[in-house]
Design a protein around this ligand. Sequence first.
Ligand SMILES: NC(=O)c1ccc[n+]([C@@H]2O[C@H](COP(=O)([O-])OP(=O)(O)OC[C@H]3O[C@@H](n4cnc5c(N)ncnc54)[C@H](O)[C@@H]3O)[C@@H](O)[C@H]2O)c1
Length: 260
Amino acid sequence: MSKVKIAIAGVLGRMGKNLIESAQFNDGVDIVGVFDKSPITEEQLQSMNLKFDIATTIDAAFDQADVVIDFTSPSALFMFTENAVAHKAGLVVGTTGLEKKHFELLEQTSKATKVFYAPNMSLGVNSFFQIARNAASKLKDYDIEIIESHHRFKKDSPSGTAIKLGEEIASELGRDNKDFVFDRQQQIEERKKFDIGFSSVRGGNIAGEHTIIFHGEHEIIEVTHRAFNRKIFSDGAVNASVWLASQTNGYYNYKDLLKS
Ligand SMILES: NC(=O)c1ccc[n+]([C@@H]2O[C@H](COP(=O)([O-])OP(=O)(O)OC[C@H]3O[C@@H](n4cnc5c(N)ncnc54)[C@H](O)[C@@H]3O)[C@@H](O)[C@H]2O)c1
């Protein structure tokens, strides 16, 4: 089987570096392009063990790749989706902090090419979503709180993964994000029965920790996923690229990948 040609956006970032290593370790892919906000130098290509003749502009990378992996910033999505459609390249999006307008854009883009979005690309975390649903279905009357911790550089909060955990739990319980509580400073009142509360911790170099706490009257159940490093996300994104390359146009998520 021929290798899937991938390009990596935001290659100079923290995830970009991990994506290069994951891709170089994966026999199913070839890196045909890398780019960032500023031009990539030959020294940088050399330090990443990449060939000098690969694409280093957005246009060329989207042109040559079967799939482009994006872990950058929400504002970049407008340019990337336009390029994905123009060059018929698949798009794997791991960028978090997306808003309604970005999701509408991904949905629209998926009519013309293939799009995969996951606020967390780790296999373990996506299994954790399933565990969260199972626990919530049994602990319907428990007070549910979600705590997430990340490195000091993370800009958005709560994390996309924490929100997704909340959404999985809410949908299992027939509720929705109207029950989400993010800022208790503004809310001088008792906790409402169906609240799903979110708290964020920022510091050090934490790759990502998520805990769901189910508070009963006489017991507490805590379920935690702890990422040791960012490899779980980059390995997941590269695997998702291989999977996406063989799909037809459409808007896919991790559940689709796990089903097949
Ligand atoms: N889905 C997941 O599993 C997962 C895991 C980790 C991080 N993330 C998300 O990935 C994103 C990036 O995280 P990071 O820690 O690597 O950040 P980072 O700041 O270290 O790197 C981002 C890189 O993207 C580049 N960039 C920004 N705009 C660009 C543009 N228009 N064109 C090209 N490059 C551009 C920046 O120059 C930078 O090099 C964040 O949204 C983060 O929350 C998602």
